[in-house]
Design a protein around this ligand. Sequence first.
Ligand code: NZQ
Ligand code: ZN
Length: 385
Amino acid sequence: MFNFDYHNPTKIVFGQNRLAELDSLIPADAKVLLTYGSGSVKKFGTLDAVKAALGQRTVLEFGGIEPNPRYHTLMRAAEFAKAEQIDFLLAVGGGSVMDGTKFIALATHYRGDCAELLFKGTQQVDASSVLPLGTVATLPATGSEMNGNAVINHPDGKLALSSQTVYPQFSILDPSLTFTLPTIQVANGVVDAFVHVCEQYMTYPVDARIQDRMAEGILRTLIEIGPVTINEPNNYDARANLVWSATNALNGLIGVGVPQDWATHCIGHELTARFGIDHAQTLAIVMPALWQAHRNQKAAKLLQYAERVWDIQQGTEEQRIDAAIDKTRAFFESLGIHTRLSYYVADQQYIDDIIAALEAHGMTQLTESQDLDLAHSRELLLAAW
Ligand code: NZQ
Ligand code: ZN
C-alpha cells in the first residue's frame, strides 16, 4: 500500500426529514446564497422547505445552474455573491449545482482571472478567501457532496478542479429527495458511482485489502440495488443504499494508498463537451473498451473483480476477464444506459475532434500505467463504436 494522508471535513446529515436542522448547521447571522439548477427543487418543494428552515436569515437565490455547469453562469453568480456580500453558499441540487457552487465559492473573492482556477490549478488559492458552503443533495451520483472536486464547462473544455478548500462543511443526504428523479438520472447515478469505484480499483494490486474490499462491497451493492431502485422509485431503503454508495464511491476513502486510473473520466468529459452526452453515459461507453484495451495491464485486478464482484470462477484467465467485461457492459445496458458510441454520434470522423481535445488538454498519457496515448485513445474509441 502507498503512503497517504486522509482528511475529510464534511459532516454528513443522513436520513429523512432532516432539512429543519439547517438552522443549526449555518451561522445564525449568515447572509446565505441558495444556488440551484433549472427548477426541479422549486417544482418539488425542496427550495421552500430549505427557506423555511433558514428562518430569519437574509437569504438570496441564484437559480439556473445548468447540468454540466457553465463557467459564465457561475461567474455571474460569483459577481452577485460578491456584490451582495454573501457569507455562506448553500447548494440545493445534483452534482452540477454542487460543483458549480464550489466554483462560486472559489471565484467570489479570487484575485486574478478565475479561468486560472481551471487551467492552472488551485494551489495558489488563499483558503481564507473561499466562501464556506453546504449542500442539500438531490441526486446520488457524483460524490460531490463529500469531496473537494468540481467539473466546470468552460468554452475551452470541460475541466476538473480539486481543492481542500471547497469540501462542503456539511451535506444533507435525504434519500427521499431523490424519489422525484427521472429514471434515466437514477440509472446515470448508479453507473457514475460504479465507475468512480472502478477508477480507483481497476488498476494493479498493492495489497490494499480494506480499500479493495470496500470497493467490491460498493460494486456489489450497486449491482443489487440498481434495478430495484429503478423499478421502485419510492423504495426508501434502495435509495438510501444508492445515496450512501454514491457518496462513498468518491469521498476519497477507497482511493487512499492505491493507484488510480481516471482515463475513463478524462475521455468521458471530452465526449460530454463535444456531443452533450450525459456524464455517466460517456463512462459506460469508454470503460468497457478501456478494460479490453488494457486487459494485460489490469489482468490481476480484472480476475479479482471477476471472482469477488461477479462470482466468476470457471474458465481460463482470458475467459474470466472476458466474462467480467461482458457482465459489466450488460449491467449498464440493463439499466437503460447504452454502451456504444455509435448510439450517440453520427459518424466516426468526429472521433478526430475528441483526439484533438485530449491533446489540447494534455491528456496524452492516461491510465495508471500512463501508456494510453492519443493513438491508443483513438483505437479505444473506435473499439467503443
Ligand atoms: O437542474 P435541475 O432542475 O435541478 O434538474 C436536474 C438536472 O436536469 C435533475 N435533478 C436533480 N435532482 C433532481 C432532479 N430532478 C428531479 N428530482 C431531483 N431530486 O437531474 C438533472 C441532472 O442533474 P446534474 O446535477 O447535472 O447530474 P449529476 O448529479 O449526475 O451531476 C453531473 C455533473 O457532475 C460532474 C459531471 O461531470 C457533471 O458535470 N461530476 C462531478 C464529480 C465530482 N464533483 O466529484 C465527479 C463526477 O465524476 C462528475 O464528473
Ligand atoms: Zn463521474
